[in-house]
Design a protein around this ligand. Structure first.
Ligand code: AMP
Length: 396
């Protein structure tokens, strides 16, 4: 199958070919035909599968092929894409800009964490396709800068992450403001019960599409586990970064604080690294990301939420500095390497307290991860750490 088989608007077909895409990815092959027909979609797909193009391209085609359903109105937007993080929002908006660059449709972006003045100016000038994080969208609706009653197509992107981040009430409020008669495209990497419930309330007879179930880890990823102690992890990670053939690495930490501490430690050990997490300003996150993409820094330290949706290819190594307590998160994390058929390596550091997490991960992926014991910082502590509230208390 090629993109020509979809019979896209010529300008759209040309923009796709300028991007260098030859064939649609599996999610695109499944989702584009029904989306072009105006059907609702329930898509189970992670970032990296090409899902942005799977919804962006049919939206552009449909909006360009028909005049606005409700006629031209001030402050109206015809397609709304709700996404949980600022990074994802920027990437989605960039995709609309790229695929729609030869079309007269205007794409725009609004998100929290940056001043709203520029966004209000853009809305005043008129936007057909708006990508938004939920909180800022609601703010601007309340302030009267957006009229949501003319939306023809709604996309909910990364619905499960919206749930994790506590955005579901905002999403429901937004959906209640939109016309009932609309097309809705709903994407989520996992389908926990709350998400299934939400999808039932907002989708109308959807076509189900799915790629790579989350429990199957990509075969091209080499996975290793290294047992060590909590306090030895900083030295072990430095050792690994200096001794493995790392060209670009993403290191996951559980907390923002941990990400900052580790980045500092790497810096003092002569490894250029930057941290990316929710407490960093938008500019700092952008700078960290672009210097990583350029190759100026080879190591990016991230928390799960910040890393979600980062569009970075070519990661040679993913390190789990701490194991995630949710096994699905492990699969998401390591899926950042070994993309597009390339080989990738995922290395996880595991201390005694994290052993139950490892068991959960191995159960989910249905295989044992190989143990690498040849390293200078092996595990020596075989008892659980005391609960947090007892730590740091003086002995009487
Ligand atoms: P996404 O899952 O939407 O974040 O897309 C992941 C990456 O795949 C992005 O860098 C896209 O530009 C790229 N991509 C999407 N569709 C295709 C395609 N059909 N062929 C090649 N690359 C693609």
């Amino acid at each position: 199958m090629t993109f020509n088989d979809f019979n896209f608007d010529k300008r759209l077909a040309e923009a796709i070919s300028l991007k260098g895409y030859k064939e649609p990815s599996p999610i695109q092959e499944q989702a584009i035909p029904p989306a072009l027909l105006g059907k609702d979609i329930l898509g189970c797909a992670q970032t990296g599968t090409g899902k942005t193009c799977a919804f962006a391209v049919p939206i552009l085609h449909r909006l360009a092929s028909a005049p606005p359903k409700y006629g031209k109105k001030p402050k109206m937007i015809r397609a709304l894409i709700l996404t949980p993080t600022r990074e994802l929002a920027m990437q989605i908006d960039e995709s609309f800009e790229a695929y729609g660059k030869l079309m007269p449709l205007r794409a725009g972006l609004i998100m929290g964490g940056v001043g709203q003045e520029g966004q209000v100016r853009m809305l005043k000038a008129g936007v057909d396709i708006l990508t938004a994080t939920p909180g800022r969208f609601i703010d601007l609706v309340w302030q009267g800068h957006i009229d949501p009653s003319f939306v023809e197509i709604l996309v909910l992107d990364e619905a499960d992450r919206m749930l994790d981040m506590g955005f579901l009430p905002d999403v429901s409020r937004i959906v209640s403001l939109l016309p009932k008669e609309r097309q809705t495209l709903f994407f989520s990497a996992t389908m926990p019960p709350e998400i299934q419930k939400l999808s039932k309330t907002i989708l109308n007879d959807p076509v189900h599409v799915a790629v790579t179930p989350v429990s199957s880890t990509v075969d091209t990823i080499e996975q290793w586990i290294l047992f060590t102690d909590k306090d030895k992890k900083p030295d072990l990670i430095v050792y690994l970064l200096k001794n493995l053939p790392v060209t670009s690495a993403l290191i996951f930490t559980r907390t923002k604080h941990g990400a900052d501490r580790l980045t500092k430690k790497l810096g003092t050990s002569g490894i250029r690294a930057s941290a990316i997490h929710g407490d960093k300003s938008q500019t700092a996150r952008q700078n960290a990301l672009s210097s990583f993409k350029r190759g100026a820094t080879a190591v990016l330290v991230a928390t799960d939420i910040a890393a979600r949706g980062l569009d970075i290819d070519d990661i040679s190594h993913v390190f789990n500095y701490e194991l995630p307590n949710e096994p699905e998160t492990y699969v998401h994390r390591i899926g950042r390497t070994g993309r597009a058929g390339r080989t990738g390596v995922a290395v996880s550091l595991c201390d005694y307290d994290e052993k139950p997490y490892l068991a959960g991960i191995e159960k989910l992926i249905n295989k044992k991860i190989d143990i690498e014991s040849e390293h200078p910082y092996p595990m020596t502590v075989f008892v659980k750490s005391p609960p947090k509230e007892q730590r740091g208390r003086r002995k009487r």
